[in-house]
Write a protein that binds this ligand. Structure first.
Ligand SMILES: C[S@@+](CC[C@H](N)C(=O)[O-])C[C@H]1O[C@@H](n2cnc3c(N)ncnc32)[C@H](O)[C@@H]1O
Length: 383
């Protein structure tokens, strides 16, 4: 059962959350109210009560297209209880912030950040979720990656750089064909995977595109666009004999439309290499149980077997698939290595990852759950 009204201290936290998220209180109404507000709130004693009382489908019809859902909790909850509530509301809503009322202040948590917002009284907890279509909208994606673009080249000499280069190279060379003249990096970021591939064939042409204009700045032909309507090839242009897409499908709100777009770019018989994060790895499963705030792609990712089936249904021939990037606790050790140990473990950790990837490849892709990423090589139909 939801409460008719929050306690005064929870109300104070709610007001801080509204102000911080720049949502006008006049556009927010209580769940199940007759007035059809843009955004909805509902108050409960606990996350468990919220899970029992919130019906995600019904909530979709109660919120506007860009609507937010504020779940107000009288008692501050553990992160695993909030994560369970988030999983219940997925894929209709995705959690973007938590406001903790801590008596003398309200603290805001988002993915990767935590900040005290204000002095003053506040109690309980407010969990802010947004409609998935809003979180994964083209505008949100472009803004997010424009902001991240500066860090996308890696920093040569930094503790994380050897791993960064190895990963790009691993995927870039995974399905290396005997010859290639037109190479497309599909959702390229700064283009490092495509660059590794193009280096194998001097004289080849590299094309790349990304939704973020800030990313597409390499000295080769770059365009701005999304995978479901790729900007390559334009009318009158040839398709591509080697297409690589690394770490992108998990960002697509409609994976089928995105795959249709990907398949349209390939020349008959062309080489496709696609890779992404591994939804069912031990590390990602653990994170979904314990972390109430996660990047949306960690929930939206597709398994390698799902992608393989979807591509085979489009006439592609699967040639080889395997996994790379060891899962929990290796990324956590890498983080400590980079932030606290000054990189003393960078080489041994890289060797461990290289050994793991080698074993996965040798075994034909067995043990996918031990890795955070997958990659596969397919041939396009038609030759
Ligand atoms: C994790 S990054 C990977 C970048 C690059 N492929 C690499 O491996 O370094 C994901 C990239 O996908 C892009 N992206 C997000 N949604 C996309 C979509 N629907 N179609 C194509 N690219 C997309 C983002 O802008 C971002 O640069």
């Amino acid at each position: 059962m939801s409460h008719p009204s929050p306690s005064p201290s929870l109300q104070a936290t709610f007001e801080a959350a509204l102000q911080d998220s720049q949502i006008d209180a006049g556009t927010v109404g209580q769940m199940d109210s007759e007035s059809q507000p843009e955004h909805v709130w509902a108050a409960f004693d606990s996350a468990q009560a919220a899970q029992a009382g919130l019906n995600p489908e019904a909530l979709l019809s109660q919120t506007g297209d860009r609507g937010a859902l504020f779940v107000l909790l009288e008692n501050r909850e553990t992160d695993p209880s909030l994560a369970s509530l988030r999983n219940h509301l997925w894929p209709h809503f995705h959690a973007v912030a938590i406001y903790d009322g801590k008596g003398d202040r309200v603290k805001r948590r988002t993915v990767g950040s935590s900040e005290d917002l204000q002095k003053g009284s506040g109690g309980g907890q407010v969990y802010l979720l947004r409609r998935l279509q809003e979180v994964m909208s083209p505008e949100t994606t472009t803004a997010k990656f424009d902001q991240n673009a500066k860090g996308w080249d890696g920093v040569p000499g930094s503790p994380g750089y050897p791993h960064f280069r190895w990963m790009r190279r691993y995927v870039g060379l995974y399905g290396k064909p005997d010859r290639a003249s037109r190479i497309l990096d599909f959702g390229s970021g700064a283009g490092w995977v495509g660059i590794e591939a193009a280096k194998c064939f001097p004289g080849s042409s590299l094309f790349l595109f990304d939704p973020s204009p800030e990313m597409v700045v390499q000295p080769c032909e770059g365009r701005v666009g999304f995978g479901d309507e790729p900007p390559f090839p334009r009318a009158g242009e040839e398709p591509y004999d080697w297409v690589i897409s690394s770490g992108v499908i998990s960002f697509a709100p409609d994976s089928e439309a995105w795959l249709d777009g990907l398949c349209r770019t390939l020349a008959p018989g062309g080489t496709l290499v696609i890779g992404d994060i591994q939804l069912e790895s031990k590390g990602f499963r653990k994170r979904r149980k314990s972390h109430p705030l996660l990047p949306v792609r960690e929930l939206n990712a597709k398994s390698a077997s799902w992608v393989r089936k979807a591509l085979e249904a489009r006439g592609f021939q699967f040639l080889r698939g395997s996994a790379y990037q060891l899962t929990y606790p290796v990324p956590q050790v890498m983080h400590v290595n980079e932030t606290k140990l000054g990189g003393v473990l960078s080489r041994p950790l890289l060797w461990l990852n290289q050994l793991g990837a080698g074993l996965s490849s040798w075994s034909g892709g067995k043990g996918q759950g031990c890795f955070d990423s997958w990659v596969m090589h397919l041939r396009a139909p038609g030759e």
